[in-house]
Write a protein that binds this ligand. Sequence first.
Ligand SMILES: *Cc1c(COP(=O)(O)O)cnc(C)c1O
Length: 385
Amino acid sequence: MTGGRELGTDVPRGDIYRRLGIEPIINGRSTFTILGGSLMAPPVLEAMRQAAECFVDLVELQAAVGRRLADVTRNEAAFVSGGAAAGLFLSAAAAITRDTDDGILRLEELDGRPRDFVIHRAHRIPYDLAIGLARGRLVEIGGPDGTEEAELAAVLQPSTAAVFYVPKSHLADAVLPLETVVRLARPLGIPVIVDAAAQLPPPDNLWRFSEAGADAVLFSGGKALCGPAGTGLIVGTSRFVGRLAANAAPLQRLGRPMKIGKEDMIGLLAAVEWYLGQDQAALARQYDAAVDAIVAWGRKRGEVVVERLATGEAGQPTPRAWIRLAGGSPATRDAVLAALRASRPRVDLLADDDCGFFVAPETLEAGEEDIVISRLTEVLGGTFR
Ligand SMILES: *Cc1c(COP(=O)(O)O)cnc(C)c1O
């Protein structure tokens, strides 16, 4: 998935970091911001380089990039935010001001505004802090085993700013379908905000949630889109996207601290165009081959049980390998993961909730699964002597 390849320079890959004493990491964890998100494709880097060569009017550029992004993602409107989390803030601002003339969130004008954001308990995520930042309040509905339509209907009030929805497939049993949420909220004029930050692939998610009736849908630019890590893509209706833009940089509004530059806007556009041009079937075969290689390695070893899972960490249809230590404990697992990260080449993997861990193929560069396998062989050999 990641686009980073040879860039044709003489400097060995990673030396820009090694010069600072930072050893780069082989990322088998997936598109986590803490590791840098994803690697940008060469056309994205080249577009950003060209964007850096001139001055432009950022309001004009954001509007033009938004029109192009809307076109290629089959949406009415689009906007580039400073990450999907900034999109949460901006869409919360637009929801709180939905009945005002100008849509601008002002902290001294909060009285009487709708500020409740309805959210399924299963959809609580660390990023929902950004709704609080806009002075929104979360109102939880539902439980682990399901949510009644009547509970949503009862909670939708004039004080409701929006319904906030996180479409992760593995949570589907605990929450109402998006279509139900839209059917109940829309007639009351209550916007539906969908956080699909990590819900790519499949690419048609770029338009599917808007077609289902969401007012705004948020994607992370730095995950599967392989765009600049500091960007987010917001798609949705012209009215809602226009109003959230009124709160964003470069305007001196509450969204101004989350500014992005011209290179980011051009970079995200190049990334979305690049992403939509990818051969998804070929990518899926590449991921399968990496996972299969790890499963085949595991079959030959007594100290691990390796299984292929059909979905990724955020529920998206990307396979991964699940490795459990036979007779292991969380402490042994933590020691294995720490050892993988400590010596070179450094490998970073995600722990499960028990005593296992995962290898995700989408952030591995071609052939890096072999490095993961040889490092695992080395570390496990040292652990289980
Ligand atoms: C990653 C993620 C975010 C944050 O995205 P950024 O682009 O890093 O700001 C928000 N919501 C969900 C569900 C995510 O997975």
